[in-house]
Structure formats: C-alpha cells, structure tokens
Write a protein that binds this ligand. Sequence first.
Ligand SMILES: [Zn+2]
Length: 119
Amino acid sequence: MAKFCPNCGAELQDEQDICVKCGKMVKKNNNQASNNKNTLATTGFVIAIVSLFINYAGVVGLVATIISAIGLTKSKNYNGAGKGLAIAGLIIGIVSIIYGIYSITVLVDALNELSIITL
Ligand SMILES: [Zn+2]
C-alpha cells in the first residue's frame, strides 16, 4: 500500500524512512525507537519544570529529584537515552527543594511575626 509524505505529499515506498523529495523523516512503527525511550527521565524532567511553578514546599521538587535519579540510573539500560534530561531534572529538582525549604522558613518567620504559631 502506498504511503505519502505528510510534509510534501510525495509518494513513498514502504521501506522508506526519509522522504526522497523533501528529506523529512517519515514516522513509522519502530520498535528500536520505543525501546530507547527513557520515560522516567522525561517524566522527572517535566515534574522538575512543574516544581518551579507549583512546589508545595519542595515536595514536588523532591518527587522530581527521585524520579530523575531513577531515570539517570535507567539511562544506562537505554544506551544513555534521557541522560541529559535526567541530569537536568535532578539539578532543577534539587534547586526546587532548596527553594521550597527556604520558602517554609520565610513562611514560619512570617507566622511568628503574626504570633499565630510559636516555634
Ligand atoms: Zn516529503
């Protein structure tokens, strides 16, 4: 059955990965590609980005750091796939934890000033 390039509409042979007319990679079912996907590293990185906005006193950053650390370990099984993302997630996660802890101390100070709680 004939396939057509999604970019330029040229007809493609079934075994073609790249369109000969425009050079675009043509998506096809490729088991090797999905085997090289490091989902944990990607997830950890995404949560790390989220933790920059929604941190919950460092809890989200902590989750991001743990998932990224596991993703970094797993990247060895995926020929290094996701290693950069995992390291980025790890660093951002740790920054989020530090910021989370800092925001707690600021909050506690503020509450102390208001004499709501005594620590
Ligand atoms: Zn094309």
